[in-house]
Design a protein around this ligand. Structure first.
Ligand code: C5P
Length: 279
């Protein structure tokens, strides 16, 4: 049995380009990991792929990316064996933090360890990109710039932001396909609706998907504006296609006080979690 941590990510920047013939969009994004992580346990068995998850609302069969990752690994390795996967969810679902993608990447990495590093990182990256656009990022360990549909990963080992991060989880998720199609529906940039970039440690923080998502979920725009007015907050941005909004805290920030202020303003259905960039 081996245990792994599947970390959440945030997008420090996300620029969206044109829709391609395969239905995906070209993106140019910088992603980094957070300390917040799901816990994964893998145990080999004689046959079959079984998955147990602490969140009963998630599918446990082939609709789950982690299950599909195990299936793909066995297929590519031409191994006829079985595995039991246990996932303890800490990362919210449909939150723009790539929890499901990170779980799937951890299954690939963990199985590769169980089978004595059968595949190179390049081969694992290829398998990861077959499973989903966000997954190759998790095959490497650094902050990274990801292009193409997300699968072209350039590690940026010298770019490691350090700060505490307050995550705010609204009581609804945002569907990624919907967010991209809403981006296509209008010229948000031409209309001047894309919020201006902020900067943090030399990184330009911007997310093109904020414009279409904030247009539908107005409370997220209000939340971001509110965060930016708090003295303890250095910068605030939606992650991926949302709905999570993250605030990068100043060293002087009183995180407990910020949490209380947020709940007083937005209500208790807006959950918060204090974490940090992964050093
Ligand atoms: O690759 P993944 O399954 O994570 O993507 C989910 C959906 O998000 C895609 O089906 C597509 O609608 C949208 N997407 C996109 N362009 C990307 C990544 C995702 O349009 N670069």
């Amino acid at each position: 049995m081996i245990a792994l941590e599947a970390h959440a990510k945030v997008n420090l920047s996300l620029r969206v380009g044109v829709k391609r013939e395969d239905g995906y969009h070209d993106i140019d994004t910088v992603m980094t990991r957070l300390q917040l992580a799901d816990k994964i346990e893998l145990e080999l068995c004689l046959s079959g792929i079984s998955l147990a998850c602490s969140d009963a609302s998630l599918p446990c069969g082939e609709k789950n990316l982690a299950w599909r990752a195990a299936k793909l690994f066995f297929e590519k390795a031409k191994i006829s064996s079985g595995i039991h996967i246990k996932i303890e969810k800490k990362i919210p679902v449909e939150g723009g933090l790539a929890g499901g993608s990170s779980d799937a990447a951890s299954v690939l990495l963990g199985m590769n360890r169980l089978y004595e590093e059968k595949f190179s990182s390049q081969e694992l990256m290829k398998m990861a990109s077959q499973l989903g656009s966000d997954i190759p990022f998790f095959i490497q360990n650094h902050t990274a710039r990801c292009r193409g549909r997300g699968e072209l990963v350039e590690s940026l080992p010298n770019l490691q932001p350090q700060a505490e991060v307050l995550l705010i989880f609204p009581p609804f998720g945002v569907s990624t396909p919907w967010a991209f199609s809403a981006w296509d529906a209008r010229d948000w940039q031409g209309e001047g609706r894309v919020p201006s970039a902020q900067s943090f440690g030399g990184i330009l923080l911007e997310n093109d998907l904020e414009a279409p998502v904030f247009d539908k979920y107005v409370v997220l725009a209000t939340l971001k504006d509110y965060l930016l007015r708090l003295p303890g907050v250095e910068a605030a941005l939606m992650s991926g296609s949302g709905s999570t909004v993250f605030a990068i805290l100043r060293e002087s920030a009183d995180a407990e006080d910020l949490k209380q202020k947020l709940q007083a303003e937005f209500g208790e259905t807006f959950l918060t979690e204090l974490t940090a960039f992964l050093a």
